[in-house]
Ligand binder design. Structure first.
Ligand code: ATP
Length: 219
C-alpha cells in the first residue's frame, strides 16, 4: 500500500506498567481496524505524581519488552523526546505529517480516558487530525456528559468501513472481543503487597519488573 493510503493507529498511555489489557486491546484494535501499524506512545510522567519510582525510560523499556516481536505494534518514544507537556494533538500532528494527508489516522482510547476528553488540550483539533475509536472497558458504563455528547455525537459512525472512508473526523465506539478488567493501578497494588502479577503482564515484563525491583513501594 502506498505511504499515503496507510491506516495508522495511536494508543497513548502512562503504561505504568504496560499490561495484557493494553496489549490484547492493541492487538484486537489492530485487527478490527485492519491497521498497518499501531503506535503505542508512553506519556511523560504526570506532573502531579510525587517522586516517580519508575522513570519514563523504564516504562518505555517495559513497553518494548511487552510488545516483543508482535507484528504491527510499535513502542514509540516520541513524547519522551519532547520537552514540556505532551499534548495528544501535537503527537497526532507529527504522525499526520509523517504519514501524509490521505492516510487514515486513528486515536484509540479506553472509555475511562474518553470520559475526560473535553478536559484535554484542544479536543476539537484532535478530530481535524484523526478519527477517535473508543474501546469499552469493563466497569465503565457511565452515560456521556452533555459537553462530551456535543463534541462527538455528530461525528459518530457505525462501522469501520464508514470510518475509513475519510482520513479523520469520525468517532466510533468499539467493543473488542476480550474485555479485560486489568489496570496498571491493580498491578502496582499487587507488587506493593508482594503478590504475583503472573498472567496480568507478559512474562518478559514480569521478569524485568522483578530484576529491576520496580514498583515495590506505594506511590
Ligand atoms: P492506571 O490504572 O495507572 O490509571 P491504566 O491501566 O488505565 O492505568 P493507562 O496507561 O492509563 O493504563 O491506559 C492507556 C490507555 O489504555 C487508556 O486509553 C486506557 O483507557 C486504556 N486501557 C487501559 N487498560 C485497559 C484495559 N484493561 N482494557 C482496555 N483498555 C485499557
Amino acid at each position: 500500500m502506498s505511504q499515503s493510503g496507510q491506516r495508522i493507529g495511536m494508543l497513548g498511555g502512562t503504561f505504568d506498567p504496560v499490561h495484557l489489557g493494553h496489549l490484547r486491546s492493541a492487538l484486537e484494535v489492530h485487527e478490527a481496524l485492519s491497521l498497518d501499524r499501531l503506535h503505542m506512545i508512553p506519556a511523560q510522567q504526570p506532573p502531579l505524581r510525587s517522586q516517580p519510582q519508575v522513570s519514563a525510560q523504564q516504562r518505555l523499556a517495559l513497553l518494548k519488552a511487552g510488545i516483543g516481536d508482535t507484528p504491527g505494534l510499535v513502542a514509540d518514544d516520541r513524547e519522551l523526546r519532547r520537552d514540556g507537556p505532551s499534548y495528544s494533538a501535537d503527537t497526532l500532528a507529527e504522525l499526520r505529517a509523517e504519514y501524509g494527508y490521505q492516510s487514515r489516522l486513528v486515536m484509540v482510547i479506553g472509555f475511562d480516558a474518553f470520559l475526560r476528553l473535553t478536559q484535554w488540550h484542544q479536543p476539537e483539533r484532535l478530530f481535524e487530525l484523526a478519527h477517535l475509536v473508543v474501546i469499552a472497558r469493563p466497569g465503565y458504563n457511565d452515560p456521556l456528559p452533555e459537553s462530551l455528547m456535543e463534541l462527538v455525537e455528530h461525528r459518530r459512525v457505525d462501522s469501520v468501513e464508514t470510518l475509513m472512508q475519510r482520513p479523520c473526523g469520525g468517532y466510533l465506539p468499539l467493543q473488542l472481543p476480550s474485555l479485560m478488567t486489568i489496570s496498571a493501578t491493580y498491578i502496582r497494588q499487587c507488587l506493593v503487597e508482594k503478590k504475583s502479577v503472573r498472567y496480568l503482564v507478559p512474562a518478559p515484563v514480569e521478569e524485568a519488573i522483578e530484576q529491576g525491583r520496580l514498583y515495590q513501594q506505594r506511590d
